[in-house]
Write a protein of this length. Sequence first.
Length: 643
Amino acid sequence: MAEQVHPQGAPEGEDAAGRRIFTQKVLTDLQTLERMLDSGAFETGVRRIGAEQEMFLVDRKGRPAPVADRVMAAIDDPHFTHELGLFNLECNLDPLTLETDCLSRFETQLVELLDRARKGAVACDAQILLSGVLPTAEASDLVLDNITPNPRYRTLNDAILRLRGGPFDIRVKGFDELIMRAESLMFEACNTSFQVHFQVAPSEFAHLYNVAQAVAAPVLSAATNSPFLFGKRLWRETRIALFQQSIDTRQPTTHVREQSARVTFGRGWIDRSVLEIFREDLARLRVLLAAEIEEDSAAELAAGRAPKLDALRLYNGTVYRWNRPCYGISGGKPHLRIENRVLPSGPTPVDEIANAAFWFGLLNGVAGQYGTISDVMSFEAAEENFLAAARLGLQAQFTWPDRPNVPAQELILTELLPLARSGLEELGIAPADVNRYLGVIETRVEGLQTGSQWMIDSVTGMGEEGTRAERMAALTLATIHRQADNRPVADWTIANLVESGGWRRHFSEVRQLMVTELFTVHEDELVDLVAALMDWEHIRHVPVEDDDHRLVGLVTHRTLLRLVAQGRLDPAKPIPVSDIMHRAVTTVTPDTPVLDAIERMKHERIGCLPVVDDDGGLVGIVTERDFMTMAAQLLEESLRGGA
């Protein structure tokens, strides 16, 4: 059921002539597909389901572990494949006919595959994590050294940067706000999902695809599982915003013109067939990857064989609709599928299969209840619902036929769960499976405990204990521990800081200890402002940065005391910061070992170390107070051990 095509040989994405040849192949495939639809060449009368499980590889500290090559070798199973990052893996479940006990069999295989993955990871001193976003990821993990060494990924990265005009900003506003510079598409590697496939007949594709769009929001609201990124609390499903921006090829312009995103919910309902989607995408979005395609799809069809449509499938793999159309072949017979890319990875296999069951049931139940969904609901409402679900989860308010502004929890419990139940029963799903999986959704929604809510409650419960790195590590390691027994997230107890494994595991580098919420000044500003900052915020060091946020100096509490003693801090004679700041500042980088930083401070008799990146940009600060806190934790740990 996997959609992406990985052609042999080096991609020709940078070759304009190669892209033109490839584009011609895509057009030929579209013409062939149209003839296949007209001639009734597709399999009908059967419902099959499939899924792709993405996952993270982390080390014993819960940090990204770029060991995918070694883990793949240890697993040695064709169900598994690489993903973008070397700390990502993917496994593909075998397609099943949607009938009787298929859902419980789906779960059984998923559990078995994940157990295989865990054993392979353990052999490489790593662990498996199911989560929409990796809480412990740092910007330093998102370097091209950690990209899977497949020419396709490098070419895709180069193509996106070329179209964007170079590095670009990632901006997500939630409870906190994230603004970061992306140097590559590796931000995508922070996301993992549980992608579910649903086979449909060509004649019903448009109808069911529109239903899939309509139900995307309520299904997502009940399944959110990624509220934290880089320690910041953002959307309930931050993965939605992050994925869209990390693969975006649009550039800002001074003109009011429409530009299509590669990650998209779509532009409207479709009317007749899957061709509308493929044609719209090719009309609006450039070819990013090209490959030598040997197949002549028109000739294959004329010879009575089912064409692979490799060019179309490769192109389709670079357009990331949240509900994506897919073409495939089973037993020599072509078929169409709807791929749900909305669902995040985790929290557990039973939660994931429950999410899938809810979606399968709604596709059938809503289609039967409402008929043509576009007659009773606007596309704009469906898209607004989707964004609200990603931002707010079960706290969202939805527009639904005959129910404007209805709370997500109320809509799911009173209307959608009964529709999903009737939809699954009509499909012939065993009552035990219907009760088990929809019961998981019902309990989760009634208690308002999605994976994202569990994470938020856990971090809120930790308060100001420990550092940000410790809290994110505790969250990650607690998730791994609770996933092991496959109990639904609605039954989980909240995580606590102890589950991080102690401070020793998380203070090896300065990045894990530094403070990133900084109070800074410009060298042209008033010294009195620095004095006020130190008084208001109870700090002893204020970095000075230029307009590009590069460190140019440092003002210390001792310098200000000297000014006061000399009588120079006079409101009538304003002094600029540039007159008193220290220009020769000792700095460290985020990956400086903590012990080296301590030794440097001791040797130079200084009380703080600004933390800068390779370009001199100020990214944090570490002070003697931070090291004293660490020493206090060491003493407390030693006393507990002695007791």
